[in-house]
Design a binder for this molecule. Structure first.
Ligand code: ADP
Ligand code: MG
Length: 728
């Protein structure tokens, strides 16, 4: 009987790309499954429509009566599109999305029934969600949690279900999800940025954070994945020798997309179009079978929802193509991992991108204000920003030689560095008219021109300015963007508040003109935040040393990085901005530590299992073949056999040695797990898993991979790297 491995390879070789019919022009299907403004106009009363729009723009609460009208309109629209169920769609702290489907159907008795969807069901639901992680919040406060409609992200249809984006909070109001703090952070940055904008333009009433993410992923045939218990259970390979050919030739990057992958992408893009996700680019990435997908940027809350949704949609579309979509940050050792660049900016309701240089000195001063404040925010909260992207899987990527280091720094390019150097020389106090003219003409005024040829893109920086936005590159491919976006928008909000205070103070106390005050405060920020700016090679060892001198953190593991999540500085920050209270912050910390522990625990178990139940028995089988061979040689050659069996005897010994090490290391790992499992404190336990359990992985793997090289290929049960990466 062929092993799972050979069956999987056979199946994969026989696959044909699925034929995807284009449904006419894509623009025609765009957003066709979204309850957007156009549909609302059609299905809602004028009053209901206006209420929703106002709720979206200003956050005004929707009246219960009106909610009934809205839900009825929504239901009619959904039914007209073949929908039978609805669900509150939310993002619990597991990182995935959650849904519980209810039918519109309601019996009336006597054999009659109707489709019903009341305002109450739209606005609020109480999922039986006791097993979502809550970091003890719901035990200490209230047993129940509820989901509440977020009108700023439109309802959509997926399959035959109407999905209503919601927040998930406890009855005492604590956030139990990723979206609630994000919405609060977006509100904080809106308020802070709007009030700073008023220095430059009184007409600005709202500032939206914008996010354009770039999702990297691997596509591997589902049969090949099913033949690997490690990928199936942990999302990554825990062992496997690197193939003779990896990514050295760079022949995959931007190369022609394989036909099965292209079929998957077309199918996915069509689904995205219907869901209103404006996907725009697709291409191969550096590693074999690695790809990237990016939409046009959107308002951050919607962009976060769309990313969470797309990760789910990708999995489901993948199933139709017999492709597993690997979102893990490091599915294969020795091969590039996946990230999710978060392109971020701030946009006003007057249509201005605040991180885009403008055509006048005044607009550029506004640009510089937001630009420098962002750098200062990143400097002040670099550890928190690092914590926001920490996870067991992203630990494999950060600091490895392909992804940004675990040190947070900001890259701005040589031209903007020059501008900041000039601004640093600005006179302390009031500026002379001559100096101001000089500045405006020669420094601030020149910005748009110089940015045009700002081509030096530093790919090694975790936080880079790329012409009209910052690109946070250290976010993991598997992550929910909400974590990073909550922190980034919060720290910028806090910074802009400080800036406003300082400028106003100089204007009031020192009788400075507004622009003098702005120049003065910015000058100080440039000086204070200089240490976070780094233009060199972020992958080099020299940078690690330099970063230590600069006092920047370099937290390489998740438990270490997460400490900043509960520091007094962080708790004060979130409290002041009303993004999270202390309980919420601490609960999140505990949940993330627990998640880390569980992931390493599962990996440890799977690795132990594969080593013991797959690798060792296979090695013994092969060793027995060799032993038989040696015995045969002895029969033929008698005492002279050793001369003929030299190689075989060496391999037999070497197999025994590897088996012995694997066995003792697996035993030791199990003991270390037992010790760790007894620990009560979540942080202590996470550290134990990080330092005492995970530390066995590499050695166990090393010996298993050596056996893979020794053992007869026919006998090896685990699909090999070369097959996972190159069988098409
Ligand atoms: P790359 O980084 O691959 O060179 P681009 O610079 O063209 O690609 O853009 C990358 C991403 O940045 C896209 O998803 C795009 O929508 C997004 N983006 C562009 N402008 C903004 C902005 N103002 N705010 C947020 N994201 C933006
Ligand atoms: Mg990019």
């Amino acid at each position: 009987m062929p092993t799972l491995r050979f069956k999987a390879i056979g199946e994969t070789l026989n696959r044909k790309p699925v034929i995807i019919e284009e449904p006419g022009r894509r623009s025609e299907i765009f957003s066709s499954n979204v309850f957007n403004e156009g549909v609302m106009r059609q299905f809602l009363t004028k009053e209901a429509y206006e209420n929703v729009i106002e709720a979206i723009r200003t956050g005004k609460k929707i009246d219960r009566n009106v909610a009934d009208h809205i839900s009825t309109g929504m239901k009619e629209w959904a039914i007209s599109k073949g929908v039978t169920h609805y669900t509150h769609w939310f993002q619990p702290l597991t990182g995935a999305t959650a849904e519980k489907h209810d039918s519109f159907f309601e019996p009336l008795g006597e054999g009659m029934a109707v489709e019903k969807f009341g305002g109450g069901s739209l606005v609020q639901q109480e999922p039986d969600a006791s097993s979502f992680p809550n970091g003890g919040i719901r035990n200490t406060f209230e047993a129940r949690g509820y989901t509440a409609w977020d009108p700023t992200s439109p309802a959509f249809i997926w399959g035959t279900t109407l999905c209503i984006p919601t927040i998930f909070v406890s009855y005492t109001g604590e956030a139990l999800d990723n979206k609630t703090p994000l919405l609060r952070a977006l509100q904080a940055v809106d308020q802070a940025a709007t009030s700073v904008c008023k220095y430059f333009d009184k007409n600005v009433k709202k500032v939206n954070a914008t996010l354009g993410w770039e999702q990297e992923y691997f596509l591997i045939d589902s049969a090949l994945v099913a033949s690997r218990p490690d990928i199936t259970l942990t999302g990554r390979t825990l062992l496997g020798h690197s193939p003779a050919k990896g990514q050295q030739l760079d022949d995959h990057y931007f190369g022609s997309i394989p036909s099965r992958a292209i079929a998957f992408m077309r199918d996915l893009e069509i689904e995205c179009m219907k869901l209103g996700i404006p996907v725009k680019t697709r291409h191969n990435e550096v590693a074999p079978n690695q790809f990237e997908l990016a939409p046009i940027f959107e308002e951050a809350n919607l962009a976060v929802d769309h990313n969470s949704l797309i990760m789910d949609v990708m999995k489901k579309v993948g199933e139709r193509h017999h492709l597993a979509v690997l979102m893990h940050e490091k599915p294969f050792a020795g091969i590039n991992g996946s990230g999710k660049h978060n392109n971020w900016s701030l946009a006003t309701d007057t249509g201005v991108n605040l991180l885009s240089p403008g055509s006048t000195p005044m607009k550029n001063l506004q640009f510089l204000t937001f630009f420098i404040n962002t750098i200062k925010a990143v400097y002040d909260y670099e550890e928190l920003l690092r914590a926001s992207i920490a996870s067991a899987s992203n630990d494999h990527r950060l600091g490895a030689n392909e992804a940004p280091p675990a040190i947070i720094s900001v890259f701005i390019g040589s031209q903007l560095t020059q501008v900041l150097d000039e601004l640093e020389k600005v006179t302390d106090g009031k500026l002379s008219p001559q100096e101001k003219t000089d500045l405006k003409l020669n420094v601030v005024g020149k910005i748009p021109e110089i940015l045009l040829d700002n081509t030096d893109r530093n790919r090694t920086s975790p936080f880079a300015f790329t012409g009209n936005k910052f690109e946070f590159r250290a976010v993991g491919s598997f992550a929910n963007c909400a974590g990073a976006m909550t922190v980034l928008n919060s720290i910028v909000a806090k910074q802009l508040r400080e800036f406003k205070k300082e400028v106003d103070k100089l204007v009031k106390d020192k009788k400075m003109k507004k622009d003098d005050a702005i120049f003065n405060v910015l000058r100080e920020y440039i000086k204070k935040s200089k240490k976070i700016r780094f233009e060199g090679d972020g992958y080099g060892e020299a940078w690690e040393k330099e970063a230590v001198k600069r006092g920047l953190s370099n937290n390489k593991t998740t438990p270490e990085a997460l400490k900043a999540q509960v520091s007094k500085k962080t708790i004060d920050l979130f409290k002041e901005l009303e993004v999270m209270n202390k309980t919420e912050v601490e609960a999140r910390h505990e949940i993330e530590l627990e998640e880390y522990t569980m992931r390493i625990q599962i990996e440890g178990r799977v690795l132990g299992d594969i080593a013991r139940n797959h690798v060792i028995p296979t090695a013994i089988k092969y060793q027995n073949i060799l032993i038989k061979n040696v015995r045969g040689l002895k029969e033929i050659y008698g005492e002279d056999f050793a001369r003929h069996a030299k190689e075989q005897l060496e391999i037999i010994e070497s197999i025994s040695a590897h088996i012995a090490t694997i066995n003792s290391q697996v035993n030791a790992m199990i003991e270390a797990r037992k010790v760790a499992n007894k620990m009560e404190d979540a942080e202590e336990k996470a550290f134990a898993y990080c330092n005492d359990v995970k530390s066995y992985f590499d050695e166990i793997r090393y010996h298993c991979d050596k056996l893979e090289l020794l053992v007869d290929d026919e006998l090896w049960p685990l699909t090999k790297y070369r097959e996972l990466l190159f069988t098409k």
